[in-house]
Design a protein around this ligand. Structure first.
Ligand SMILES: Cc1cc2nc3c(=O)[nH]c(=O)nc-3n(C[C@H](O)[C@H](O)[C@H](O)COP(=O)(O)OP(=O)(O)OC[C@H]3O[C@@H](n4cnc5c(N)ncnc54)[C@H](O)[C@@H]3O)c2cc1C
Ligand SMILES: Cc1ncc(C[n+]2csc(CCOP(=O)(O)OP(=O)(O)O)c2C)c(N)n1
Ligand SMILES: [Mg+2]
Length: 574
């Protein structure tokens, strides 16, 4: 007779899951032994369970399929939590097997005891404790279905002894994702069409929900004469081959993205949960389309909310729209975008002489030399800024980040999952020096599992993004400096091909070499610490903040730093 763990492995096999991320432990013995005996599923051995969960998030995010992680009892599965939050908030399907202490010890304060159902509650769509083998395989099926249908994390909490118990029903059910056609009703579509037809200046805000609807959204923009602004998670799906593209909005966005929304009399939000209220236009009529009704009007008051899949809704809406012949709004927005783009590109140039390298230049070179179907991951911090502004998407490229959960150190861990899921594609992890150091041991995961991830370190000797936020808020920076070793030397000691670059003139060759290397490779780039990532429209509060920062810096005797800041950024300020 099979035991519970063997049935789990059988079910995973039946569902085409051929890899599990994790670290073993005695409470997981049932599962790891079942995997060993079966032999068909790859155990992706990481060095920190957090990495297993982030890797699974990127795996699921780039394939659309269920990814699986496992952690041992107590601290083992507790380490999964941050990565599971990331997966949950990015809405990707992940199943976590959280092993638990022996059933007889639960509630006694036993060694490694936690209460996983409570711990995982907030970062999951489903979490259940398997108290008895008779609950399986039903709970396994429910958990998988919940993760797949609700696009989120499902957690099964299984004591080691239950995993080793005989199962009465050794079935293996295949769970396929349903693909319903969801679109607004006829009268709702009519209402939307009437509003859009009456509008003079329509702008589209496109988010991650436009995945798979590229051509339909472009057709909509064409009919409406509407510029397309994107939210960060929409970038990878709508920026490419898009004559209506006017860039991103938000603090890290483009001036043109902000302005195209400001100038609109009607804003059409398609599959976006763009969170920053102050960037929505104050007076425009707002129409939002989202596949989940509960998302409607969450960020900004609506004039019309529609539940629908973007692709199906756009298709249904198109025949109801009268083509707008007045292209003034669109032409203005596109012209402004080209101007903004040019200004940003002017910053992506080599630094003079021995001055530290501009991170924009590094990002531009990566964009130029990376494969047409590269998967980029970017750390939370300034790497997110450079990725958003300088990595151009193609139909084949992907951009993965911890964009909604916002956790540091994600790039390498996401890179691991992206590379496992796509062994033949180029995976480029744009890491911060703070982020890389936080999960440095994960470089060993690359060597141990033979993953050719290219890790690019934006080495600015600081928690740079926090420095900028601090300055903008009018505080003197504190606790943000990083004393770094050579990351290239560390990588080499770990068996990774590495280069360190301190001068702009050496960068192009090094980028090419690292990207072309057949195996894991790391590029340690010493970049300008004082680089500014200016918001598209600086609010009065921020100007005041910078002024305040200047005063406080001088008063605290750090005027030299202020001079450095000015020297590094005169290009942007004047
Ligand atoms: C340091 C940092 C700075 C950031 N700065 C910015 C910034 O300046 N600008 C910016 O834009 N973002 C920024 N972000 C990211 C930001 O936090 C949000 O994650 C992002 O704006 C959300 O993008 P989105 O709306 O495309 O995706 P999501 O938040 O994932 O929203 C997608 C929406 O689409 C819906 N949906 C899914 N599928 C469909 C479908 N088929 N049809 C219809 N609807 C569907 C979902 O229900 C959801 O409501 C930053 C993040 C970090 C870490
Ligand atoms: C786990 C975690 N801790 C702290 C933060 C706050 N935070 C956001 S960005 C950042 C700095 C990132 O530094 P680094 O990786 O060096 O990137 P940089 O901005 O310097 O390029 C910090 C501390 C966070 N987002 N996540
Ligand atoms: Mg840094």
């Amino acid at each position: 007779m099979a035991n519970v763990a063997e049935n789990i492995v059988k079910t995973l096999n039946a569902n085409g899951v051929d890899r599990v991320y994790g670290i073993p432990g005695d409470s997981l013995n049932g599962l790891t032994d079942a995997l060993r005996k079966d032999g068909r599923i790859r155990w992706v051995h990481v060095r920190h369970e957090e990495s297993a969960a982030f890797a699974a998030a990127a795996d699921a995010g780039t394939t659309g399929d269920l990814a699986v992680v496992a952690g041992s009892c107590g601290p083992g599965n507790l380490h999964l939590i941050n990565g599971l939050y990331d997966a949950q908030r990015s809405r990707v399907p992940v199943l976590a097997i959280a092993a638990h202490i022996p059933t007889v010890e639960i509630g006694t304060g036993y060694f490694q005891e936690t209460h996983p159902q409570e711990l995982f509650r907030e970062c999951s769509v489903y979490v259940e404790y398997v108290a008895d083998p008779s609950q399986m395989p039903r709970l396994m099926e429910i958990a998988m279905r919940a993760a797949i249908e609700q696009r989120g994390v499902a957690v099964l909490v299984i004591p080691g002894d239950v995993a080793l118990s005989e199962i009465a029903d050794d079935r293996a059910v295949v769970i396929e994702r349903t693909r319903p056609l969801i679109q607004p009703s006829g009268p709702e579509l009519e209402k939307a069409a009437t509003m859009l037809n009456a509008a003079k200046k329509v702008t589209i805000l496109a988010g991650a929900g436009v995945e798979g609807a590229h051509d339909e959204v472009i057709a909509l923009a064409d009919a409406l004469g509407a510029p397309i602004v994107h939210a960060l998670r929409g970038k990878e799906f709508i920026e490419y081959d898009n004559p209506f593209d006017v860039g991103m909005t938000g603090l890290l966005g483009f001036a043109s993205g902000y302005r195209a929304m400001e100038a609109a009399d009607t804003l059409l939000v398609l599959g976006s949960d763009f969170p920053y209220e102050q960037f929505y236009p104050e007076h425009a009529t707002t129409i939002q389309v989202d596949i989940r009704g509960s998302q409607l009007g969450k960020r900004h008051p609506l004039d019309l909310g529609l539940v629908g899949d973007v692709k199906a809704t756009a298709e249904a809406l198109l025949p109801r729209l009268a083509r707008k012949d007045d292209r003034g709004h669109l032409d203005d927005a596109v012209a402004h975008y080209l101007k903004t783009r040019k200004k940003l590109d002017e910053l992506a140039v080599p630094a003079k002489g021995a001055r530290p390298i501009h991170p924009q230049y590094l990002a531009r070179l990566l964009d130029e030399y990376a494969a047409d179907d590269a998967i980029f991951t970017a750390d939370v911090g300034s790497p997110t800024v450079w990725a958003a502004r300088y990595l151009s998407m193609t139909e084949g490229r992907r951009l993965i980040g911890s964009f909604t959960h916002g956790s540091m150190a994600n790039a390498l861990m996401h890179g691991i999952g992206a590379q496992v899921a796509h062994p033949d594609r180029q995976v480029v992890a744009l890491a911060g020096d703070g982020g890389l150091a936080m999960m440095l041991g994960e470089l060993l995961t690359l060597t141990q599992n033979g993953l050719p991830v290219k890790t690019i370190v934006v080495n600015n000797s600081s928690l740079n993004f926090v420095e900028l936020e601090t300055k903008a808020a009018g505080f003197v920076t504190y606790g943000t400096g990083l004393d770094n070793p050579s990351f290239a030397a560390i990588a080499e000691a770990m068996g990774i091909f590495a280069r360190r670059v301190e001068r702009s003139e050496d960068l192009p060759e090094a980028v090419r070499e690292v990207l072309a290397h057949d195996g894991p490779a790391l590029l340690d780039v010493v970049t300008e610490r004082q680089e500014l990532s200016m918001p598209p429209a600086i609010e009065a509060a921020q100007v005041k903040g910078f002024a305040l920062y200047a005063i406080r810096t001088v008063m605290s005797g750090r005027g030299d730093e202020l001079l450095d800041l000015a020297r590094a950024n005169w290009r942007q300020l004047f």
